[in-house]
Design a protein around this ligand. Structure first.
Ligand SMILES: Nc1ncnc2c1ncn2[C@@H]1O[C@H](COP(=O)(O)OP(=O)(O)OP(=O)(O)O)[C@@H](O)[C@H]1O
Length: 637
């Protein structure tokens, strides 16, 4: 049988069940779905883990031993183009693990067996496969339509035209019943948006607009009410009718939902327990001795629990089933050879190769656009920064108003410059939290091949540049004249440049902390430690000669020291200082020039050197972030 010739009608033959024909929806003019057959043969998955050795005391053996935990054991099956398949099983049965393996996601454990899409290794098409995880990773400041447009623009073939893309988005909105809410914001933690069920359908839509021939969904109905669950499964069924092969994990579906699937794959403790259409479940259970009039999905789960559960659970379930029990596994084992034979048959069918989708160069522009729109729709961080700058500049401007170049003024100026530099560095702490939140989305989207990590980070930095220049400008524009700092445009410009560079370097440092921190809590603990160390070693509190050898590294690595030295040199080099009558010591003025004050703080470098070192730190931090994002933020489960 040549399936290519038969398109768009594909015959589905499922194990021992009755074969049925499935015709793809021909009213789909836009979505170009490549029919995909998926076969998986002898899949086993195990992980090695370290465990406490309970025999340690009895036999005086090693206290820790390496054990192997088998999570999937010889699982085989096939899914044909346009089928909607439910992967069922109790908690810990191995559903998510099998879904990950089928979708080509890298796993940490040992995998054996083969997964083929249209006869080719699934791993080759990892980024072309649609995968909807249990958690919705969406940009809350986008509208529903914008989210779909973002995906299609970044993943559609370069040859596709704008009008075609618009039609696909329109069709997907329609299929998923999202047209009415297409202009609604998805919503963030601060601002409520669409409902959970709608979010799930948007996540599905984001995948669907990229026209995947095959899609995997991890528990798409979990956490949804029965109506929303039905709406999601209905949408999946419509997509399957248009030709997309769909596999999703699901927990105990109600009968209405259960019947919508073309095939059920039931797992129990890593073993396959049932493979076939929902209509075949009842006879299968009967054959295994579990005759029931209940909901078949529930009965299937119970039969598995009966076989693999403990004695107590078995007793409980025995009351329900009655009669002499057989083993579902035993009955299923007989069917296994038929499944493997079917897989060979499916693999002998010559279907078009699966298409590979490649990220588009427009990705960078789309990323910046999304970030700018996000700032516009959720400007709380920008307003927060502006408020902080105005507040701090007025605070120090009024406390240290009109500082003179006398002995007290000299010290005040030193303190004020220290405060300006360090407060500017500290004020960017919220960038760290925002970056960690963004990182999760970036990990997901780059894992799907929408863009590269490098283009994301460059876009992220680029979109923040105007703000990182504006904040220190605002700070100095208010504080500089109030404080009576050194007059002259060149001195102002030098101070401004130092503060802007400090801002960029601090942003790099916070992103570096964020890139290596596993979560926000860890990052929030690490960053104040860093900042305090950097502040102690600015050279304002303790000079190099008084630092003990162990801490000298911190003196050299404190980028705030170079920033502080720079602004001090700019303010004090070559200026005369005078004494008020009460400041004379033995009739003499202790400091008659700014240079003397700089020498007392052991500030001997030059403005140019400090600029270069600061710029070097800024570049180094950003290169470190890129390396860390590539090393630690790859999708791997
Ligand atoms: N990396 C891992 N380390 C340790 N155990 C793991 C790992 N991955 C999976 N497991 C174990 O393998 C089993 C199957 O996990 P999996 O997440 O696939 O189950 P599931 O059927 O999806 O369960 P649930 O419905 O509760 O999400 C579980 O017992 C789980 O604890």
């Amino acid at each position: 049988m040549d399936k290519k010739e038969e398109q768009p009608t594909i015959v589905i033959d499922v194990g021992e069940s009755n074969s049925h024909e499935k015709a793809f929806d021909v009213i789909s003019p836009c979505l170009q779905i490549n029919p995909i057959n998926l076969t998986f043969k002898h899949i086993s998955y195990s992980i090695n883990r370290l465990e406490i050795n309970k025999d340690f005391f009895h036999h005086l053996s090693f206290p820790i031993k390496l054990t192997k935990k088998v999570i999937l054991d010889d699982v085989s099956g096939f899914i044909e183009a346009g089928e909607l398949v439910a992967l069922m099983g109790g908690s810990g049965a191995g559903k998510s693990t099998l879904l990950d393996i089928l979708s080509g996601i890298n796993k940490r454990g040992n995998i054996s067996g083969e997964v083929l899409v249209n006869n080719e290794d699934v791993k080759k098409f990892k980024t072309s496969i649609g995968y909807v995880s249990q958690t919705d990773y969406l940009k809350g400041t986008q509208t529903v339509e914008e989210a779909l447009n973002f995906y299609i623009k970044l993943k559609a073939p370069l040859s596709s035209r704008q009008s075609e893309r618009e039609m696909i988005v329109k069709e997907v909105l329609d299929v998923l019943d999202l047209t009415k809410i297409k202009d609604s914001l998805i919503g963030t933690e601060k601002r409520r948006g669409i409902s959970g069920g709608e979010k799930k359908r948007v996540s599905i839509g984001c995948e669907l607009v990229t026209e995947p021939g095959i899609m995997f969904l991890d528990e798409p109905t979990t956490g949804l009410d029965s109506f929303s669950s039905l709406a999601v499964v209905n949408a999946l069924q419509k997509m399957a009718h248009k030709g997309t092969t769909i596999v999703c994990t699901i927990h105990q579906p109600r009968p209405l939902i259960f019947q919508k699937f073309d095939k059920i794959i039931m797992l129990n403790r890593g073993h396959m327990m049932y493979f076939g259409p929902p209509s075949g479940c009842k006879s299968f259970l009967k054959e295994a001795g579990f005759e029931t009039e209940d909901n078949v999905a529930d009965a299937l789960m119970d039969a598995g629990a009966y076989e693999y559960g403990n004695d107590q659970g078995r007793e409980l379930l025995a009351e329900n089933f009655g009669g002499e029990k057989k083993s579902v596994q035993q009955v299923f084992e007989k069917r296994k050879t038929t499944i493997v034979k079917e897989i060979e048959e499916i693999n002998s069918v010559d279907l078009e190769k699966m298409k590979k989708t490649i990220g588009r160069p427009v990705g960078f522009y789309e990323l910046i656009k999304r970030l700018v729109i996000s700032d516009y729709r959720d400007p709380s961080q920008i307003f927060g920064q502006i408020f902080a700058k105005i507040f701090f500049s007025l605070l120090i401007g009024s406390v240290f108003f009109n500082i003179q170049n006398d002995q007290q003024g000299m010290r005040d100026k030193g303190g004020v410059l220290f405060f300006i530099v360090t407060s500017q560095a500290m004020s960017l702490m919220d960038y760290l939290i925002q970056f960690i939140e963004e990182r999760t989305l970036m990990r997901r989207e780059s894992g799907k091949g929408l863009y590269t990590i490098t283009s994301y980070y460059c876009a992220y930095i680029l979109h923040s540049i105007p703000f990182l220049i504006f904040y220190p400008t605002l700070y100095l524009a208010i504080a500089y004249p109030m404080l009576n700092l050194r007059p002259g445009f060149v001195n102002f410009l030098c101070m401004w440049g130092a503060l802007v560079l400090t801002t960029f370097t601090s942003q790099g440092m916070y992103y570096a902390i964020a890139a290596i921190s596993p979560n926000i809590t860890v990052a929030q603990i690490i960053s104040p430690i860093f900042i305090v160390i950097l502040m102690i070693f600015t050279g304002f509190f303790i000079q190099k000669d008084n630092i003990i050898g162990f801490w000298l590294w911190a003196y050299y690595l404190s980028y705030l020291r170079y920033a502080f030295e720079l602004v001090m040199l700019n303010q004090f080099d070559d200026i005369p200082l005078f004494c008020q009558p009460d400041e004379l010591v033995g009739g003499e003025c202790p400091y008659t020039s700014g240079r003397q004050y700089l020498d007392s703080l052991q500030i001997t470098s030059s403005i140019l050197v400090d600029y270069f070192v600061l710029a070097g730190f800024c570049i180094a931090f950003n290169v470190f972030v890129l390396i860390a994002l590539h090393l630690f933020n790859k999708e791997k489960r």
